[in-house]
Design a protein around this ligand. Structure first.
Ligand SMILES: Cc1cc2nc3c(=O)[nH]c(=O)nc-3n(C[C@H](O)[C@H](O)[C@H](O)COP(=O)(O)OP(=O)(O)OC[C@H]3O[C@@H](n4cnc5c(N)ncnc54)[C@H](O)[C@@H]3O)c2cc1C
Length: 530
């Protein structure tokens, strides 16, 4: 759907619907909203700024009437090209109030445009926080975290956004408003819901009809942001409950527009301890992580030796001989005793490049986190035409296979004539992989394509992983999605989309597209990777 309406009719209709001050169609605005944090670029026809649910409803009505697609957008830090689109981009950043905080039930109700950091500043006054903590935590908003089912440094303990969403308010493409939460299938609420949104019954029937294929599509990974979470949905349906909110979390704006979010919040941990460990031997990484996991860390991050070599080792105090770095954190129990036991165990079993460093106070802790946190900025600012564009940047594999997978990734980059930054949330099996290439150089572009093909094959077949642990499918991985879950389950995903958005109004080109991953890349000469 691209819409046959001319641009001035579209602009006038939007202005009539929400007011001229909330609509932009000038070149500069359309250019600004043509990119997110991915290498993709798609210029919208208009940008609409929603300040309320009524605004969203009104913009949706215009788009439906004129058959113009709509892409909901929060901060636009999507790394997969999911926050850009060819029709109307719906900016939700002005729709950002806290509506209700229920300290007793540890729930908070917010508008989707609220910044994660603003939310956590509010919660901190009450000793609480929203647990998922992506690297983009100063920039991203709750609507975007819901869209991508975001997670972060501490997902090994606290999981993904889906685990912390109690309920959503959602507008379907036809304008139907849903209170999305767990709904028993044998009750009056479900009957009332399917009376208003018949597509939901089709979703349930579709799931039932492909039960075995869905359950056997499960991959041995701890989390994913690689398409609708059908395995979890199926398991819940088998218990007689439709987990309506869970279906929309991670749907990347393709199933509905989120207008309100109720989040579960947690107490801020009373204390934390951070450990920094440099291993002399890369093969020790796997066993060391397995050992540390038995103490239940709240974060466990790894960087391989080749990636450490990209850093200014002197300035950051990284030992020359280190072949891997582990950054570990605990936030519960007797943290002094745990730190002591972990260091004893690791230092006895594996040669360390330097004595383990332990920090209990926040200032020292952030100094220890500095090596891990400085890797990404160092990589993206690397001089020269070859840049760390994200196109294979978020794989997830079974946790015990991460060291083997990292070795594969180092070798893969070498064989395709480059080097790469490799780091990530090893406790989850989620690795970030940034090989350096110049996509504007035809030969390098061929290397990228060959690397991507080999990467996808090995990731899906040999390592039984998925292409995104947290950044989403978007435009960059849409081509790969059918291969992740198999043709039958991919077909179910497509029919769920059709059941809830039959005219393909919501974020087309995202998640479902046969186009090669690079089709919508654009403007790279004047951009830097994020
Ligand atoms: C430097 C950097 C570090 C990052 N680190 C991490 C990380 O550690 N972990 C991680 O998970 N991600 C990470 N990301 C990716 C990104 O920040 C997250 O996916 C984040 O949750 C996106 O939030 P946003 O507000 O920018 O959303 P956007 O990018 O604007 O949108 C994301 C998706 O949500 C949809 N959406 C937005 N609002 C709505 C709505 N109201 N209704 C329906 N759909 C909606 C959009 O259509 C899109 O599909 C990182 C990105 C950068 C640039």
């Amino acid at each position: 759907m691209t819409g046959s309406t001319d641009d001035s009719t579209l602009r006038r209709s939007l202005e009539d619907a929400i007011g001229p001050e909330k609509v932009r169609t000038d070149d500069a605005s359309r250019r600004t909203y043509s990119t997110d944090a991915s290498p993709c670029a798609v210029e919208p026809r208009a940008v609409a700024f929603a300040e309320s649910e009524d605004d969203i409803r009104a913009v949706l009505r215009v788009c439906r009437t004129l058959e113009v697609p709509i892409t909901p957008r929060a901060s636009g830090t999507s790394l997969s090209g999911a926050a850009i689109g060819p029709g109307v981009v719906l900016d939700t950043t002005r729709f950002h109030r806290i509506l209700e905080f229920d300290a007793g039930r540890a729930l908070i109700r917010v508008e989707p445009g609220i910044l994660l950091t603003e939310l956590n500043v509010f919660l901190a006054d009450h000793g609480m926080r929203f647990a998922p903590d992506p690297g983009s935590q100063d920039l991203c908003r709750i609507g975007g975290m819901v869209g991508h089912n975001a997670s972060g440094y501490r997902s090994v303990k606290y999981g993904q956004t889906r685990d912390h969403v109690q309920g959503l308010k959602v507008l379907l493409a036809d304008g139907t408003s849903l209170d999305a939460h767990d709904v028993p299938l044998d009750g009056a609420e479900w009957r009332e819901l399917v009376g208003r949104a018949e597509g939901l019954e089709r979703v349930r029937r579709e799931m039932d009809a492909h039960r075995d294929a869905i359950l056997s599509s499960r991959r041995p990974i701890r989390k994913h942001s690689s398409g609708y979470e059908l395995v979890g949905l199926m398991e819940s349906l088998a218990r007689g409950v439709f987990p309506l909110a869970a279906l929309f979390v991670g749907s990347e704006g393709t199933l509905g527009l989120v207008t309100e979010v109720t989040l579960k919040v947690l107490p801020i941990p009373a204390s934390r301890v951070t450990l920094l460990l440099y291993l002399d031997r890369f093969p020790d990484l796997g066993p060391a992580v397995a050992d540390i996991m038995t103490w239940g860390p709240s974060a466990i991050e790894a960087v391989d030796g080749d990636s450490l070599a990209l850093l200014d080792r002197e300035a950051l105090g990284v030992p020359r001989e280190a072949k891997a770095m582990l950054l570990v954190e605990f936030d519960a129990g007797d943290i002094e005793a745990i730190a002591d036991a972990v260091v004893k165990r690791v230092a006895t079993a594996y040669p360390l490049s330097r004595a383990a460093e332990i920090a209990f106070d926040p200032v020292r802790q952030s100094a220890l986190w500095r090596v891990r946190r400085s890797l990404f900025p160092t990589i993206i600012q690397r001089p020269g035409p070859r840049k760390a564009w994200g196109f294979v940047e978020d794989p997830i594999v079974p946790r015990d296979r991460v060291p083997e997978f990292m070795e594969f990734l180092v070798d893969l980059a070498r064989r395709h004539g480059t080097v790469a930054g490799i780091y990530g949330h090893i406790g989850d099996g989620n690795t970030h992989y940034r090989p350096f290439f110049d996509p504007t150089d035809p030969q390098d572009f061929e290397r990228m394509q060959a690397l991507r093909e080999e990467f996808d094959r090995a990731l899906l077949e040999r390592f039984q992983g998925a292409p995104s642990g947290e950044h989403g499918i978007g435009r960059i991985r849409a081509e790969t999605l059918p291969r992740v879950w198999g043709a039958e389950v991919y077909g179910v995903m497509r029919r769920i989309k059709e059941a809830l958005d039959p005219r393909g109004l919501l974020n087309p080109g995202v998640m479902f597209s046969p186009d090669p991953w690079w089709t919508t890349w654009g403007g790279l000469e004047s951009r830097v990777p994020m």
